[in-house]
Ligand binder design. Structure first.
Ligand SMILES: Cc1ncc(C[n+]2csc(CCOP(=O)(O)OP(=O)(O)O)c2C)c(N)n1
Ligand SMILES: [Mg+2]
Length: 391
C-alpha cells in the first residue's frame, strides 16, 4: 500500500502542480487535493513545515480503493443495524479520508488508540472488518488482539484512550524504542467534543511534559452528538497545542493526501524523540452520530449539502480521472469489489453464533475472581429457572 514519503518528491511527471502557503481562503488549512480534485504540490504549515506526498500511480489507486471499501463496509453496517442485526453503529461517513490518510501513515510498529468510530483505521491496520460488528451485535467483547495489530480496543468513554495512549507512549520512550527511523510512535484518536474532557487535557499536559512519542489525532467532525463545535472552543482546536508546549496543525480531513502527509510527518517526529503533536483533521460527520441519533433535529440541510461538495472520495476520483491515473474500468472494478466484500460481511454477521450467556463472565480477570464465580453461579441458576431452558 501507499508508502510515499512526505518531504520527498520525484517531481515534474505531471503538469504543473502548485505550491502555496496554506489553502486559498484559509491559510490555516493544509491541503494537497482540492474539492475539485486539483493537486497542490506542496503546502507550508503554520510552523513552516513543508508538506508534500509522492505516490506512485498504483499507490494513488490503492488509497482510492481503501476509501471506497471503507465507505461501503460502513454503509453495510448501518443497514444491518437498521434491520435489527446490530445493537448500534457509529458511522464514519464523511471521515474516510481522515481515517485512511492517518491509518496508512502508520508504520507497522506504531500503536493506535481508537474511539468507537475508527473503522477505517481498523481496516488499514489489517483487522477483519467483521470484528467491530461482533462487538456491536453484542456477541463478543471485541475480538482482535491489540498487540498483534497494534490497534487497541474501541473506547466508548470519551477521551479515556488519550490517557491510555499517553501512558503507553511514555513507556515506549522509557523502553528506549524511540530515536531512530525504526522507532515506535503512538497515535491517539478522539473527536472535537472530547477536547473538552479533562482526560484529554491531562493527556496533553503529561505527553508534553514527558515528551511522549504521541500524535494526538483529533477528527473535528463539527459535532459532539448534537453539540456544535462552537460549544467546545473559542479558538481553532489545533491552536490549543501551543498552550501545552507542542506543535499543532490543522489539515483538510477530507483530503487523504494531506492527511497522510501531516500524520506521517508528526509520527516521524515522535519516533525520532521529538515529542508529541496535535493534528486537527477538519472534516464533517455526514451521517448521524450513531444509529440512535436523528441529526435533522439539530442541523440544517444546507450545511450538509455544503460539505457534500467537499466529499473525500469524489475529489480523489476526480483527480485520478483528470490525471488519467485511473479510468472507468478501474472505478467499476473497485465498486464491484466493495459490493462483494459487503455481501460477504453481511453473510458472516448473520452467521455469527450467539455466545453462551455465562461467557459474559470470562476474560474479566486473567485468573478469575471469587466474586465473579459467585455471580456466574447465580446467573446460571437464574437461567435454569426458565422452563425448557437449555441451561
Ligand atoms: C465520558 C463520557 N461522557 C459522555 C459520553 C456520551 N457520548 C458519547 S459520544 C459523545 C460525543 C463525542 O463527540 P466527539 O468527541 O466530537 O466524537 P464524535 O462522536 O463526533 O466522533 C458523548 C458525549 C461518553 N461516551 N463518555
Ligand atoms: Mg465530533
Amino acid at each position: 500500500m501507499a508508502k510515499g514519503d512526505p518531504g520527498v518528491t520525484r517531481g515534474g511527471r505531471r503538469a504543473a502542480p502548485r505550491s502555496r502557503k496554506g489553502a486559498t481562503g484559509d491559510p490555516e488549512l493544509v491541503q494537497l487535493l482540492t474539492p475539485e480534485g486539483e493537486r497542490i504540490d506542496s503546502v507550508t504549515g503554520p510552523d513552516g513545515t513543508e508538506y508534500r506526498v509522492d505516490f506512485t500511480d498504483e499507490e494513488y489507486r490503492g488509497l482510492y480503493r481503501d476509501l471506497v471499501l471503507v465507505r461501503k463496509l460502513d454503509a453495510e453496517a448501518t443497514a444491518l443495524q437498521r434491520q435489527g442485526e446490530l445493537g448500534i453503529w457509529a458511522s464514519l461517513l464523511g471521515q474516510e479520508a481522515a481515517q485512511v490518510g492517518s491509518g496508512r501513515a502508520l508504520r507497522t510498529q506504531d500503536m493506535a488508540f481508537p474511539t468507537y468510530r475508527e473503522h477505517g483505521v481498523l481496516y488499514c491496520r489489517g483487522i477483519d472488518p467483521i470484528m467491530p460488528l461482533g462487538l456491536f451485535r453484542g456477541v463478543d467483547q471485541g475480538g482482535w488482539d491489540p498487540n498483534e495489530f497494534k490497534f487497541n480496543m474501541y473506547t466508548i468513554v470519551i477521551g479515556a484512550q488519550t490517557l491510555h495512549a499517553t501512558g503507553y507512549a511514555m513507556g515506549v520512550a522509557m523502553d528506549g524504542k524511540t530515536g531512530t527511523d525504526d522507532g515506535e510512535a503512538v497515535i491517539a484518536y478522539f473527536g472535537d467534543g472530547a477536547t473538552s474532557q479533562g482526560d484529554v487535557n491531562e493527556s496533553f499536559v503529561w505527553a508534553g511534559v514527558f515528551n511522549a512519542p504521541l500524535v494526538f489525532f483529533c477528527q473535528n467532525n463539527q459535532y459532539a452528538i448534537s453539540e456544535p463545535l462552537e460549544r467546545q472552543t473559542r479558538i481553532p482546536l489545533y491552536q490549543r497545542a501551543a498552550g501545552f508546549g507542542f506543535p499543532g496543525v490543522r489539515v483538510d480531513g477530507n483530503d487523504v493526501l494531506a492527511t497522510y502527509a501531516v500524520t506521517r510527518h508528526a509520527l516521524d517526529n515522535a519516533r525520532h524523540g521529538q515529542g508529541p503533536s496535535l493534528i486537527e483533521a477538519y472534516t464533517y460527520r455526514m451521517g448521524a452520530h450513531t444509529t440512535s441519533d436523528d441529526p435533522t433535529r439539530y442541523r440544517i440541510a444546507s450545511e450538509v449539502e455544503a460539505w457534500q461538495a467537499k466529499d473525500p472520495i469524489a475529489r480523489m476520483k476526480a483527480f485520478l480521472d483528470k490525471q488519467q491515473i485511473a479510468g472507468a474500468d478501474f472505478f467499476a472494478e473497485v465498486d464491484e469489489q466493495a459490493r462483494r466484500e459487503s455481501v460477504h460481511l453481511r453473510e458472516r454477521v448473520l452467521a455469527m453464533p450467539n455466545p453462551e450467556p455465562t461467557t459474559l463472565f470470562d476474560h474479566v480477570y486473567p485468573n478469575g475472581s471469587p466474586l465473579l464465580d459467585e455471580q456466574r453461579e447465580q446467573f446460571s441458576k437464574y437461567l435454569e429457572s426458565f422452563e425448557g431452558s437449555a441451561h
